[in-house]
Design a protein around this ligand. Structure first.
Ligand code: ZN
Length: 222
């Protein structure tokens, strides 16, 4: 059946790369999140992490807060699509809402939020938020999630004409956010150049950087 395992892009059902399963709101009963029609050019692919444990909780939270995100990537590597990637904008990325698509990667992020889960951690990096100050570790995304990200991010960038570039790659311990990201009187918040960015890079949030650096490392080695 057409539409079985597909992204929805410009009102068409688009089959994902080999080995990727995508559920969507037309065929699989996934929720369609609140959206507006896209009027500005699509320039950014924003990487999020939930700081929560499950996709079902993430969906409930987004719906109750009247937010949305185009894609959710669950711990087992399965993907769900919650809006038309080309034609709809959603509230997930502050000043980039109108010019982006977003993916939520289900990841508890901090060990504090992963109680009882089978997790791998690394010591905190410069970008890591540690809600428990005694436990300075970051919970890694699963291997299944990372494999799927390496398949779908380049695939979707090509289809949607988002440059496969990393405009915030230069951020580091000394320069942690893009210049002008904060709200200042009489000024608009700055935006990164077109490409793939972590939510934390241009906002007060803390998510997405590990995955961004993983994508950068793998784009250099290819
Ligand atoms: Zn986020």
């Amino acid at each position: 059946m057409q539409g079985n395992s597909s992204f929805i892009i410009d009102a068409q059902f688009i089959a994902p790369p080999e080995g990727v399963m995508v559920k969507n709101y037309c065929f699989d009963g996934e929720p369609q999140f609140l959206s507006e029609q896209r009027v500005k050019p699509l320039k950014h692919f924003v990487i999020h992490e939930t700081a929560g444990r499950t996709a079902s909780r993430c969906k409930k939270t987004l719906i109750s807060k009247k937010l949305g995100v185009h894609l959710i990537l669950d711990r087992d590597g399965s993907v769900s699509c919650h809006g038309d990637l080309a034609n709809e904008t959603m509230s997930h990325a502050n000043q980039l809402n109108k010019t982006s698509i977003g993916i939520e990667v289900i990841n508890p992020y901090a060990p504090k939020y992963a109680k009882g889960m089978d997790i791998k951690t690394i010591p905190a990096e410069w970008w890591t938020w540690c809600p428990d100050k005694e436990d300075r570790r970051y919970v890694l995304p699963t291997d299944e999630q990372l494999v799927i990200l390496l398949k779908i991010v380049p695939f979707l960038c090509k289809l949607l004409k988002i440059p496969y570039e990393f405009p915030t790659a230069d951020l580091n311990k000394k320069k942690r956010k893009i210049n002008g990201w904060q709200k200042e009187p009489g000024k608009k918040r700055a935006k990164p150049k077109a490409g793939i960015v972590a939510h934390r890079d241009f906002s007060g949030h803390s998510d997405g950087r590990y995955i961004l650096e993983y994508l950068i490392a793998h784009s250099l080695s290819n």
